[in-house]
Design a protein around this ligand. Structure first.
Ligand code: CP
Ligand code: NVA
Length: 315
């Protein structure tokens, strides 16, 4: 049984098939077909807010013939202190899979350890793997020849990531770039440089620590095929907002910074965006901004992931 908790939970050789399945599910949406979750209920435990992840998983599970069961963490006993271990064991008796969004990444690892059904990480403070797979798919759609290998289209491409380079999106892109054979340069204040945890994760996965970090955004953006940013104040960091707005300001993606990337470069953002903070409105509106394709593709990629993880019906 496979879980999807970090980018490297799929092996490199599994990616072309997974991405091709997402493309085929996208093309065939609305036609009768893949009901791989028929008879299944998937619980979605969310301890943080969500628009894209919640809706794309609920719709995706439904479209695959399954039943999504949304559980706000505070509505179940988990929010009153029932252990992760017991929650995993009990839910595994009822449902066929778990989708979890929470703060501490170790909680998702612990949940998976005690679960007898597949667990999908729907964002932790450390990683957001569903988003990175979708982002890679979305960029590859632009670069691959029609019907061509999407994953091969990513190889050797460069992503430049700006702002908070030590939280979930940056960490996930560091792991993702290593998996997809991409180059990554991150740029932010030194105090926000990628931390020990992501270096340890790369080592644990047997991957080279080969990302670049610079405090000079114009150095990072040079030759970039993708310019990427995320909010400066992530969920759970609201108390630090004033300080973050000041410290991260030099790393805003302005039209000038975007223009310094490779000609034809794409602008990407996981959303929600705060225009006027981490990115200028003009960049969000640029014809090479693919932010809403990214949002839509969450549905198609997550359906492919669900289909890959779903256990066969019990005999
Ligand atoms: N990008 C993303 O995960 O958005 P939500 O927080 O709305 O789910
Ligand atoms: N870094 C953001 C991502 C939201 C999808 C957060 O964790 O709030």
């Amino acid at each position: 049984m496979k879980h999807f908790i970090k980018e490297t939970d799929f092996a490199a050789h599994e990616l072309p098939g997974l991405f091709a399945r997402a493309r085929s599910l996208k093309q065939s949406r609305g036609q009768p077909g893949s009901a791989v979750l028929a008879g299944q209920t998937w619980a979605m435990i969310f301890a943080k807010s969500s628009t894209r992840t919640r809706v794309s998983f609920e719709v995706g599970i439904h479209e695959l013939g399954g039943n999504p069961l949304f559980l706000n963490k505070n509505d179940i006993q988990f929010g009153r202190g029932e252990t992760i271990q017991d929650t995993a064991k009990v839910l595994s008796r009822f449902v066929h899979g778990l989708v979890v969004r929470t703060f501490d990444h170790q909680d998702v690892i612990e949940l998976a350890k005690h679960s007898t059904v597949p667990v999908i990480n729907a964002l932790t403070d450390f990683l957001h793997p569903c988003q990175i797979y979708t982002d890679a798919f979305t960029a590859a759609e632009r670069w691959a020849a029609p019907g061509g290998d999407l994953v091969a289209a990513l190889k050797g491409r460069k992503i430049a990531y700006f702002g908070d380079t030590c939280f979930n999106m940056a960490n996930s892109w560091i792991l993702g770039a290593s998996l997809f054979g991409m180059k990554i340069s991150l740029s932010g204040p030194q105090a926000y440089a990628p931390g020990a945890e992501i270096r340890a994760q790369l080592k644990a996965d047997g991957r080279a620590v080969d990302f670049q970090f610079t405090t000079d955004p114009y150095e990072a953006v040079k030759d970039a095929d993708i310019v990427y940013t995320d909010v400066w104040t992530s969920m759970g960091q609201e108390d630090e907002e004033a300080q973050r707005l000041t410290e991260l300001k030099p790393y805003a993606v302005t039209a000038k910074l975007f223009a310094a990337a490779k000609p034809g470069a794409l602008f990407m953002h996981c959303l929600p965006a705060h225009a006027g903070e981490e990115v200028e409105q003009a960049v969000l509106d640029n014809p090479r901004s693919i932010i809403f394709d990214q949002a839509e593709n969450r549905l198609h990629m997550q359906k492919a992931i669900l289909a890959a993880l779903a256990l066969p019906p019990k005999a």
